[in-house]
Design a protein around this ligand. Sequence first.
Ligand code: SF4
Length: 440
Amino acid sequence: MWPYHPELLATPVPRYTSFPTAAEFGDDVGAGDMASALASIGGDEPVSLYLHIPYCREICWYCGCNTGAANRTARVQAYLQRLGEEIDLIADALRGRGRVQRIAWGGGSPNALLADDFDRLMLRLKQAFRLDDPMVSIELDPRGFDARWAASLGLNKVRRASLGVQTFAPHIQRAIGRVQPTQEIASAMAHLRGAGVESVNFDLMYGLPGQTAGDLRDTLDQAVAMRPERLAVFGYAHVPHLLPRQRRIDATALPGAEERFAQAALAHRHLLDAGYQAIGFDHFAIPDDDIARAARDGTLRRNFQGFTEDGANVLIGLGASAISAFPGALLQNEKNAGRYHLRIANGRFATARGVRRSFADRLIGAAIEQLLCSGTAELRHLPGLTQVRARLDRFERAGLIGWFQDRLVLGEGALPYVRGIAAALDPYRADSQVRFSNAV
Ligand code: SF4
Protein backbone atom coordinates (compact mmCIF):
# COMPACT_ATOMS: atom_id res chain seq x y z
CA MET A 1 0.00 0.00 0.00
CA TRP A 2 1.32 3.47 -0.86
CA PRO A 3 1.81 5.83 2.10
CA TYR A 4 -0.39 8.94 1.87
CA HIS A 5 1.36 12.29 2.42
CA PRO A 6 -1.12 14.93 1.19
CA GLU A 7 1.31 17.78 1.85
CA LEU A 8 3.73 16.26 -0.68
CA LEU A 9 1.03 16.09 -3.34
CA ALA A 10 -0.44 19.55 -2.76
CA THR A 11 1.55 21.40 -5.46
CA PRO A 12 0.52 20.83 -9.08
CA VAL A 13 3.51 19.58 -11.06
CA PRO A 14 4.36 18.99 -14.74
CA ARG A 15 4.12 15.57 -16.35
CA TYR A 16 7.71 15.97 -17.60
CA THR A 17 7.16 14.63 -21.08
CA SER A 18 9.99 17.02 -21.96
CA PHE A 19 12.54 19.17 -20.21
CA PRO A 20 12.31 22.11 -20.18
CA THR A 21 8.54 21.65 -20.07
CA ALA A 22 6.14 23.38 -22.46
CA ALA A 23 5.56 26.01 -19.74
CA GLU A 24 9.05 27.30 -20.52
CA PHE A 25 8.39 27.65 -24.26
CA GLY A 26 8.73 31.18 -25.60
CA ASP A 27 8.30 32.85 -28.96
CA ASP A 28 11.97 33.75 -29.40
CA VAL A 29 12.55 30.65 -31.55
CA GLY A 30 11.29 30.15 -35.07
CA ALA A 31 11.76 28.71 -38.54
CA GLY A 32 15.52 29.41 -38.44
CA ASP A 33 15.88 27.13 -35.40
CA MET A 34 13.97 24.41 -37.21
CA ALA A 35 16.19 24.75 -40.28
CA SER A 36 19.40 24.46 -38.20
CA ALA A 37 18.03 21.56 -36.16
CA LEU A 38 17.11 19.65 -39.33
CA ALA A 39 20.51 20.46 -40.86
CA SER A 40 22.21 18.87 -37.85
CA ILE A 41 20.60 15.45 -38.43
CA GLY A 42 23.17 12.86 -39.49
CA GLY A 43 22.89 10.77 -42.66
CA ASP A 44 21.85 7.55 -40.94
CA GLU A 45 20.55 9.03 -37.70
CA PRO A 46 17.34 7.41 -36.39
CA VAL A 47 14.42 9.80 -36.67
CA SER A 48 10.87 9.50 -35.35
CA LEU A 49 7.91 11.33 -36.84
CA TYR A 50 4.76 12.50 -35.08
CA LEU A 51 1.74 13.67 -37.09
CA HIS A 52 -0.97 15.65 -35.33
CA ILE A 53 -4.57 15.41 -36.51
CA PRO A 54 -6.46 18.12 -34.60
CA TYR A 55 -9.93 16.74 -35.26
CA CYS A 56 -12.40 14.43 -33.53
CA ARG A 57 -15.89 13.24 -34.40
CA GLU A 58 -17.15 14.62 -31.08
CA ILE A 59 -15.38 16.61 -28.42
CA CYS A 60 -15.19 15.05 -24.94
CA TRP A 61 -15.69 17.52 -22.12
CA TYR A 62 -12.57 16.53 -20.18
CA CYS A 63 -10.15 16.66 -23.11
CA GLY A 64 -6.97 18.72 -22.90
CA CYS A 65 -5.79 18.05 -26.46
CA ASN A 66 -5.53 20.57 -29.28
CA THR A 67 -8.55 19.32 -31.23
CA GLY A 68 -11.85 20.46 -32.72
CA ALA A 69 -14.90 18.89 -34.30
CA ALA A 70 -14.28 17.36 -37.74
CA ASN A 71 -17.65 18.50 -38.97
CA ARG A 72 -16.53 20.67 -41.89
CA THR A 73 -15.06 18.62 -44.68
CA ALA A 74 -13.56 21.61 -46.49
CA ARG A 75 -11.68 22.66 -43.35
CA VAL A 76 -10.29 19.14 -42.78
CA GLN A 77 -9.27 18.80 -46.43
CA ALA A 78 -7.48 22.17 -46.35
CA TYR A 79 -5.59 21.02 -43.24
CA LEU A 80 -4.58 17.74 -44.87
CA GLN A 81 -3.31 19.57 -47.90
CA ARG A 82 -1.05 21.73 -45.71
CA LEU A 83 0.07 18.69 -43.72
CA GLY A 84 1.11 17.05 -46.99
CA GLU A 85 3.01 20.20 -47.96
CA GLU A 86 4.72 20.27 -44.56
CA ILE A 87 5.84 16.65 -45.08
CA ASP A 88 7.50 17.71 -48.33
CA LEU A 89 8.98 20.85 -46.76
CA ILE A 90 10.67 18.87 -43.98
CA ALA A 91 11.78 16.11 -46.35
CA ASP A 92 13.33 18.69 -48.71
CA ALA A 93 15.31 20.13 -45.82
CA LEU A 94 16.56 16.66 -44.85
CA ARG A 95 17.65 15.79 -48.42
CA GLY A 96 17.57 12.08 -47.67
CA ARG A 97 19.34 12.32 -44.31
CA GLY A 98 17.89 10.49 -41.31
CA ARG A 99 16.30 7.03 -41.20
CA VAL A 100 12.66 7.13 -40.13
CA GLN A 101 12.13 4.25 -37.72
CA ARG A 102 8.88 5.40 -36.09
CA ILE A 103 5.75 7.12 -37.28
CA ALA A 104 3.20 8.05 -34.63
CA TRP A 105 -0.24 9.41 -35.48
CA GLY A 106 -1.99 11.30 -32.72
CA GLY A 107 -4.41 14.08 -32.05
CA GLY A 108 -7.30 14.50 -31.72
CA SER A 109 -8.39 11.28 -33.34
CA PRO A 110 -6.64 10.33 -36.58
CA ASN A 111 -9.65 8.16 -37.40
CA ALA A 112 -11.80 11.29 -37.58
CA LEU A 113 -10.26 11.42 -41.08
CA LEU A 114 -11.41 9.28 -43.97
CA ALA A 115 -9.31 6.13 -44.21
CA ASP A 116 -8.57 7.11 -47.84
CA ASP A 117 -6.96 10.33 -46.60
CA PHE A 118 -4.84 8.36 -44.13
CA ASP A 119 -3.70 6.05 -46.95
CA ARG A 120 -2.75 9.06 -49.08
CA LEU A 121 -0.71 10.65 -46.28
CA MET A 122 1.09 7.38 -45.53
CA LEU A 123 1.98 7.13 -49.21
CA ARG A 124 3.27 10.69 -49.14
CA LEU A 125 5.48 9.86 -46.12
CA LYS A 126 6.86 6.84 -47.98
CA GLN A 127 7.66 8.98 -51.01
CA ALA A 128 9.15 11.87 -49.02
CA PHE A 129 11.29 10.23 -46.33
CA ARG A 130 13.79 7.40 -46.11
CA LEU A 131 11.69 4.90 -44.18
CA ASP A 132 13.49 2.07 -42.40
CA ASP A 133 10.67 -0.44 -41.77
CA PRO A 134 9.15 2.01 -39.28
CA MET A 135 7.05 1.08 -36.27
CA VAL A 136 3.76 2.80 -37.11
CA SER A 137 1.40 3.61 -34.25
CA ILE A 138 -1.93 5.41 -34.08
CA GLU A 139 -4.31 6.85 -31.49
CA LEU A 140 -7.91 5.84 -32.17
CA ASP A 141 -11.38 6.71 -31.03
CA PRO A 142 -13.28 3.40 -30.83
CA ARG A 143 -16.41 5.28 -31.88
CA GLY A 144 -16.54 5.12 -35.64
CA PHE A 145 -13.56 2.79 -36.01
CA ASP A 146 -14.79 0.42 -38.70
CA ALA A 147 -13.72 -2.35 -41.06
CA ARG A 148 -12.57 0.16 -43.70
CA TRP A 149 -10.26 1.83 -41.20
CA ALA A 150 -9.00 -1.56 -39.99
CA ALA A 151 -8.17 -2.48 -43.59
CA SER A 152 -6.21 0.74 -43.87
CA LEU A 153 -4.19 -0.10 -40.74
CA GLY A 154 -3.42 -3.52 -42.22
CA LEU A 155 -2.45 -2.01 -45.58
CA ASN A 156 -0.09 0.48 -43.95
CA LYS A 157 1.41 -2.07 -41.55
CA VAL A 158 0.31 -0.22 -38.42
CA ARG A 159 1.59 -2.34 -35.55
CA ARG A 160 0.44 -0.38 -32.51
CA ALA A 161 -2.83 1.30 -31.64
CA SER A 162 -4.02 3.18 -28.60
CA LEU A 163 -7.74 3.29 -27.85
CA GLY A 164 -9.34 6.06 -25.81
CA VAL A 165 -11.47 4.05 -23.38
CA GLN A 166 -11.34 6.07 -20.12
CA THR A 167 -14.17 4.25 -18.32
CA PHE A 168 -16.72 1.52 -19.04
CA ALA A 169 -19.26 2.96 -16.55
CA PRO A 170 -22.21 4.46 -18.49
CA HIS A 171 -23.04 7.02 -15.78
CA ILE A 172 -19.46 8.35 -15.82
CA GLN A 173 -19.35 8.35 -19.61
CA ARG A 174 -22.40 10.62 -19.55
CA ALA A 175 -20.79 12.88 -16.93
CA ILE A 176 -17.69 13.42 -19.11
CA GLY A 177 -19.44 13.73 -22.46
CA ARG A 178 -18.05 10.55 -23.98
CA VAL A 179 -20.68 7.87 -24.41
CA GLN A 180 -19.29 4.71 -25.99
CA PRO A 181 -20.96 1.36 -25.38
CA THR A 182 -18.71 -1.55 -24.38
CA GLN A 183 -19.71 -3.30 -27.59
CA GLU A 184 -18.06 -0.51 -29.60
CA ILE A 185 -14.77 -1.04 -27.78
CA ALA A 186 -14.99 -4.83 -28.18
CA SER A 187 -15.69 -4.39 -31.88
CA ALA A 188 -12.71 -2.00 -32.28
CA MET A 189 -10.52 -4.62 -30.57
CA ALA A 190 -11.73 -7.33 -32.93
CA HIS A 191 -11.01 -5.11 -35.96
CA LEU A 192 -7.53 -4.28 -34.66
CA ARG A 193 -6.64 -7.93 -34.09
CA GLY A 194 -8.01 -8.80 -37.52
CA ALA A 195 -5.80 -6.10 -39.06
CA GLY A 196 -2.70 -7.61 -37.44
CA VAL A 197 -2.08 -4.84 -34.91
CA GLU A 198 0.38 -6.41 -32.47
CA SER A 199 0.12 -4.16 -29.46
CA VAL A 200 -3.03 -2.38 -28.31
CA ASN A 201 -3.09 0.19 -25.53
CA PHE A 202 -6.14 1.30 -23.55
CA ASP A 203 -6.15 4.77 -22.00
CA LEU A 204 -8.14 4.74 -18.74
CA MET A 205 -8.88 7.44 -16.18
CA TYR A 206 -9.49 7.75 -12.47
CA GLY A 207 -10.67 10.78 -10.51
CA LEU A 208 -13.66 11.21 -12.84
CA PRO A 209 -16.96 12.77 -11.74
CA GLY A 210 -19.08 10.32 -9.75
CA GLN A 211 -16.42 7.60 -10.06
CA THR A 212 -16.19 5.23 -7.12
CA ALA A 213 -13.57 2.61 -6.31
CA GLY A 214 -16.12 0.00 -7.41
CA ASP A 215 -16.58 1.74 -10.79
CA LEU A 216 -12.85 1.82 -11.32
CA ARG A 217 -12.39 -1.82 -10.33
CA ASP A 218 -15.15 -2.81 -12.72
CA THR A 219 -13.54 -0.81 -15.57
CA LEU A 220 -10.15 -2.41 -14.88
CA ASP A 221 -11.73 -5.89 -14.91
CA GLN A 222 -13.49 -5.22 -18.20
CA ALA A 223 -10.33 -3.77 -19.71
CA VAL A 224 -8.15 -6.71 -18.61
CA ALA A 225 -10.73 -9.16 -20.00
CA MET A 226 -10.14 -7.64 -23.47
CA ARG A 227 -6.38 -8.35 -23.11
CA PRO A 228 -4.77 -5.12 -24.31
CA GLU A 229 -0.96 -5.43 -24.25
CA ARG A 230 -0.66 -2.00 -22.63
CA LEU A 231 -2.72 0.26 -20.39
CA ALA A 232 -2.15 3.85 -19.35
CA VAL A 233 -4.06 5.06 -16.30
CA PHE A 234 -4.25 8.83 -15.91
CA GLY A 235 -5.76 10.99 -13.18
CA TYR A 236 -8.36 13.40 -14.55
CA ALA A 237 -6.99 16.95 -14.27
CA HIS A 238 -9.82 19.44 -13.71
CA VAL A 239 -8.47 22.81 -14.89
CA PRO A 240 -11.49 24.66 -16.38
CA HIS A 241 -9.62 27.99 -16.10
CA LEU A 242 -7.27 26.58 -18.77
CA LEU A 243 -9.71 24.31 -20.64
CA PRO A 244 -13.13 25.98 -20.90
CA ARG A 245 -14.71 22.79 -22.31
CA GLN A 246 -14.27 21.24 -18.82
CA ARG A 247 -16.85 23.71 -17.42
CA ARG A 248 -19.49 21.19 -18.47
CA ILE A 249 -18.14 18.75 -15.89
CA ASP A 250 -19.78 18.90 -12.47
CA ALA A 251 -16.86 19.76 -10.19
CA THR A 252 -18.90 18.90 -7.10
CA ALA A 253 -19.02 15.25 -8.24
CA LEU A 254 -15.22 14.90 -8.47
CA PRO A 255 -13.52 12.58 -5.97
CA GLY A 256 -11.48 14.37 -3.29
CA ALA A 257 -7.68 14.24 -3.08
CA GLU A 258 -7.53 11.23 -0.76
CA GLU A 259 -10.04 9.32 -2.86
CA ARG A 260 -8.04 10.07 -6.02
CA PHE A 261 -4.93 8.78 -4.31
CA ALA A 262 -6.73 5.58 -3.28
CA GLN A 263 -7.99 5.14 -6.86
CA ALA A 264 -4.48 5.52 -8.29
CA ALA A 265 -3.23 2.91 -5.79
CA LEU A 266 -6.14 0.60 -6.58
CA ALA A 267 -5.45 0.73 -10.33
CA HIS A 268 -1.75 0.06 -9.77
CA ARG A 269 -2.34 -2.95 -7.50
CA HIS A 270 -5.15 -4.32 -9.65
CA LEU A 271 -3.10 -4.30 -12.85
CA LEU A 272 -0.04 -5.83 -11.19
CA ASP A 273 -2.28 -8.58 -9.80
CA ALA A 274 -3.63 -9.11 -13.32
CA GLY A 275 -0.09 -9.84 -14.56
CA TYR A 276 0.87 -6.46 -16.00
CA GLN A 277 4.24 -4.85 -15.34
CA ALA A 278 4.33 -1.23 -14.13
CA ILE A 279 6.09 1.08 -16.60
CA GLY A 280 7.10 4.40 -15.09
CA PHE A 281 4.34 5.91 -12.97
CA ASP A 282 1.22 5.49 -15.09
CA HIS A 283 1.78 2.88 -17.82
CA PHE A 284 1.40 -0.90 -17.61
CA ALA A 285 2.31 -3.65 -20.07
CA ILE A 286 2.34 -7.40 -20.38
CA PRO A 287 5.87 -8.64 -19.61
CA ASP A 288 6.79 -9.57 -23.17
CA ASP A 289 5.70 -6.27 -24.72
CA ASP A 290 8.62 -4.18 -26.07
CA ILE A 291 8.03 -1.41 -23.55
CA ALA A 292 8.14 -3.85 -20.61
CA ARG A 293 11.44 -5.22 -21.91
CA ALA A 294 12.79 -1.68 -22.25
CA ALA A 295 11.80 -0.94 -18.66
CA ARG A 296 13.60 -4.07 -17.46
CA ASP A 297 16.78 -3.51 -19.47
CA GLY A 298 17.06 0.20 -18.62
CA THR A 299 16.33 1.60 -22.10
CA LEU A 300 12.89 3.07 -21.34
CA ARG A 301 12.54 6.70 -22.48
CA ARG A 302 10.02 9.47 -21.96
CA ASN A 303 8.79 11.79 -24.70
CA PHE A 304 5.69 13.77 -25.65
CA GLN A 305 3.70 10.57 -26.04
CA GLY A 306 4.55 9.36 -22.52
CA PHE A 307 6.79 6.41 -21.73
CA THR A 308 8.29 4.77 -24.79
CA GLU A 309 10.96 2.35 -25.93
CA ASP A 310 11.77 4.72 -28.79
CA GLY A 311 15.50 5.42 -28.46
CA ALA A 312 15.76 8.09 -31.21
CA ASN A 313 17.12 11.48 -30.15
CA VAL A 314 15.22 13.27 -32.90
CA LEU A 315 11.45 13.54 -33.06
CA ILE A 316 9.97 15.66 -35.83
CA GLY A 317 6.42 16.87 -35.20
CA LEU A 318 4.17 17.66 -38.15
CA GLY A 319 0.84 19.44 -38.05
CA ALA A 320 -0.64 22.28 -36.00
CA SER A 321 0.73 22.39 -32.41
CA ALA A 322 3.05 19.40 -32.98
CA ILE A 323 6.32 19.54 -31.05
CA SER A 324 9.69 18.52 -32.47
CA ALA A 325 12.44 17.44 -30.08
CA PHE A 326 16.12 17.77 -30.93
CA PRO A 327 19.06 17.49 -28.54
CA GLY A 328 19.51 21.28 -28.71
CA ALA A 329 15.93 22.52 -28.92
CA LEU A 330 12.24 21.80 -28.47
CA LEU A 331 10.25 23.46 -31.24
CA GLN A 332 6.47 23.69 -31.42
CA ASN A 333 4.44 24.36 -34.53
CA GLU A 334 1.85 27.10 -34.63
CA LYS A 335 -1.24 25.94 -32.71
CA ASN A 336 -3.72 28.14 -34.47
CA ALA A 337 -4.93 26.33 -37.60
CA GLY A 338 -5.28 29.56 -39.63
CA ARG A 339 -1.74 30.71 -38.90
CA TYR A 340 -0.43 27.15 -39.45
CA HIS A 341 -2.03 27.18 -42.92
CA LEU A 342 -0.52 30.55 -43.71
CA ARG A 343 3.03 29.62 -42.75
CA ILE A 344 3.04 26.35 -44.68
CA ALA A 345 1.29 27.92 -47.68
CA ASN A 346 4.15 30.46 -47.77
CA GLY A 347 6.67 27.65 -47.85
CA ARG A 348 7.92 28.31 -44.30
CA PHE A 349 8.35 25.96 -41.36
CA ALA A 350 5.44 26.32 -38.95
CA THR A 351 7.67 26.68 -35.84
CA ALA A 352 6.17 29.32 -33.55
CA ARG A 353 7.33 28.58 -30.00
CA GLY A 354 9.85 26.52 -28.14
CA VAL A 355 13.03 26.59 -26.17
CA ARG A 356 16.71 26.13 -26.93
CA ARG A 357 18.20 23.57 -24.58
CA SER A 358 21.34 24.67 -22.77
CA PHE A 359 23.94 22.17 -21.63
CA ALA A 360 22.48 22.42 -18.10
CA ASP A 361 18.97 21.79 -19.45
CA ARG A 362 20.19 18.62 -21.10
CA LEU A 363 21.82 17.38 -17.89
CA ILE A 364 18.70 18.11 -15.87
CA GLY A 365 16.44 16.63 -18.55
CA ALA A 366 18.47 13.42 -18.64
CA ALA A 367 18.35 13.15 -14.83
CA ILE A 368 14.57 13.67 -14.72
CA GLU A 369 14.04 11.15 -17.51
CA GLN A 370 16.22 8.57 -15.71
CA LEU A 371 14.34 9.10 -12.48
CA LEU A 372 10.89 8.75 -14.08
CA CYS A 373 11.90 5.75 -16.20
CA SER A 374 14.03 3.76 -13.79
CA GLY A 375 13.41 5.14 -10.31
CA THR A 376 17.00 6.28 -9.84
CA ALA A 377 19.27 9.03 -11.18
CA GLU A 378 22.93 9.90 -10.80
CA LEU A 379 22.99 13.60 -9.90
CA ARG A 380 26.74 14.15 -9.39
CA HIS A 381 26.95 16.62 -12.29
CA LEU A 382 23.57 18.26 -11.78
CA PRO A 383 23.73 22.06 -11.55
CA GLY A 384 22.68 23.37 -8.12
CA LEU A 385 22.82 19.95 -6.46
CA THR A 386 23.01 21.44 -2.95
CA GLN A 387 19.72 23.29 -3.45
CA VAL A 388 18.16 20.22 -5.06
CA ARG A 389 19.08 18.13 -2.03
CA ALA A 390 17.54 20.76 0.22
CA ARG A 391 14.31 20.74 -1.82
CA LEU A 392 14.22 16.95 -1.60
CA ASP A 393 14.67 16.90 2.14
CA ARG A 394 10.94 16.63 2.89
CA PHE A 395 10.68 13.57 0.60
CA GLU A 396 13.68 12.01 2.36
CA ARG A 397 12.15 12.64 5.80
CA ALA A 398 8.97 10.89 4.60
CA GLY A 399 11.11 7.86 3.66
CA LEU A 400 10.28 8.18 -0.04
CA ILE A 401 13.82 8.65 -1.35
CA GLY A 402 17.33 7.62 -0.40
CA TRP A 403 20.83 8.69 -1.44
CA PHE A 404 23.85 6.59 -2.36
CA GLN A 405 26.41 9.40 -2.42
CA ASP A 406 24.96 11.58 -5.22
CA ARG A 407 22.68 8.93 -6.66
CA LEU A 408 19.01 9.54 -5.90
CA VAL A 409 16.92 6.39 -5.46
CA LEU A 410 13.15 6.18 -5.08
CA GLY A 411 12.02 4.25 -2.02
CA GLU A 412 9.07 1.91 -1.69
CA GLY A 413 5.75 3.66 -2.23
CA ALA A 414 7.39 6.69 -3.90
CA LEU A 415 5.74 6.20 -7.30
CA PRO A 416 2.80 8.60 -6.74
CA TYR A 417 5.28 11.28 -5.62
CA VAL A 418 7.78 10.91 -8.43
CA ARG A 419 6.60 13.94 -10.43
CA GLY A 420 6.94 16.08 -7.31
CA ILE A 421 10.40 14.62 -6.69
CA ALA A 422 11.34 15.38 -10.31
CA ALA A 423 10.08 18.95 -9.84
CA ALA A 424 12.74 19.41 -7.13
CA LEU A 425 15.37 18.91 -9.86
CA ASP A 426 13.69 21.52 -12.07
CA PRO A 427 15.03 25.05 -11.50
CA TYR A 428 12.21 26.61 -13.56
CA ARG A 429 9.48 25.61 -11.10
CA ALA A 430 8.27 28.50 -9.00
CA ASP A 431 4.80 29.41 -10.25
CA SER A 432 3.42 25.96 -10.95
CA GLN A 433 0.12 26.45 -9.13
CA VAL A 434 -2.02 27.40 -12.10
CA ARG A 435 -0.42 25.58 -14.99
CA PHE A 436 -0.17 21.96 -14.01
CA SER A 437 -2.25 19.06 -12.83
CA ASN A 438 -2.32 17.27 -9.49
CA ALA A 439 0.63 14.97 -8.92
CA VAL A 440 -1.89 12.09 -8.53
S1 SF4 B 1 -11.74 11.64 -28.71
FE1 SF4 B 1 -9.81 11.91 -27.56
S2 SF4 B 1 -8.79 13.67 -28.47
FE2 SF4 B 1 -10.93 13.69 -29.18
S3 SF4 B 1 -11.98 15.05 -27.75
FE3 SF4 B 1 -12.22 12.97 -26.97
S4 SF4 B 1 -10.46 12.70 -25.58
FE4 SF4 B 1 -10.02 14.48 -26.84
